[in-house]
Design a protein around this ligand. Structure first.
Ligand SMILES: [Zn+2]
Ligand SMILES: [Zn+2]
Length: 215
């Protein structure tokens, strides 16, 4: 792939998905144990539903299905708000699945979620522990260091996986990415967060107007 920059932006996210296709990977979900050739796209939505929906659209365009993990206890968004309800609907319409991004020790699933749990900022003691009535996506069936990559804090600990996907280096892979990192511009996590806050300001102003506040 000539000219590929490995930037954390939507262009390179598309390239990652295309690399997966080149490597012959299949988009898979957490409903059965991964088989060779499976790529499990996972998104933990920590901060922005708008970013999740935007990334979901890109995946849909490229025929990729993924699993979004949404929070019910986020300080950044409200899944019970109209925005939250619409985001959930939209993710499903686009062919994706939705699990719970839970805050330890509560994993209270309801009808909005498939029985899938990803802990937010987990500690090693409980990270991979089995759950009653739900699948922990960090269960050893779905997680081993050789079959896992994450963009945590806008940094790939083992390098960007696009090359290894294109050359079929992973038997299967769980790829965790955070939509905010790819949707908002910035060379570092700090810059990306500031760009997100700028966008949030505009969104909040619109919400104020919608709430009939003079701004
Ligand atoms: Zn790359
Ligand atoms: Zn999280």
């Amino acid at each position: 792939m000539p000219g590929v920059t490995c930037a954390f932006d939507l262009e390179h996210y598309r390239e990652l998905l295309e690399a997966a296709r080149t490597g012959g990977y299949r988009f898979a979900f957490f409903d059965q144990e991964p088989e060779p050739g499976d790529l499990l796209l996972r998104h933990d939505v920590d901060l922005s539903l708008a970013a999740a929906v935007e990334l979901a659209q890109v995946e849909h365009e490229l025929g990729a299905g993924s699993t979004y993990f949404l929070m019910t206890e986020s300080v950044f968004y409200n899944l019970n708000s109209l925005e939250g309800i619409r985001a959930l609907e939209r993710l499903r319409e686009l062919g994706h699945r939705v699990g719970l991004h839970a805050v330890w020790p509560r994993a209270e699933l309801d009808s909005r979620f498939a029985p899938l749990v990803a802990w937010h900022n987990p500690q090693p003691e409980y990270m991979s522990e089995p759950l009653q009535g739900a699948t922990n996506v960090m269960d050893p069936r779905f997680f081993s260091p050789a079959n896992y990559r994450s963009d945590s804090n806008q940094h790939w600990r083992h390098g960007c996986p696009h090359k290894d996907l294109a050359t079929e280096r992973f038997e299967w892979l769980q790829l965790l990415t955070h939509p905010e990192i790819w949707v908002y511009p910035g060379e570092t996590m700090g810059e990306t967060m500031l760009a997100m806050l700028d966008a949030e300001r505009e969104r909040r102003l619109e919400q104020l107007r919608a709430d009939r506040i003079d701004v």
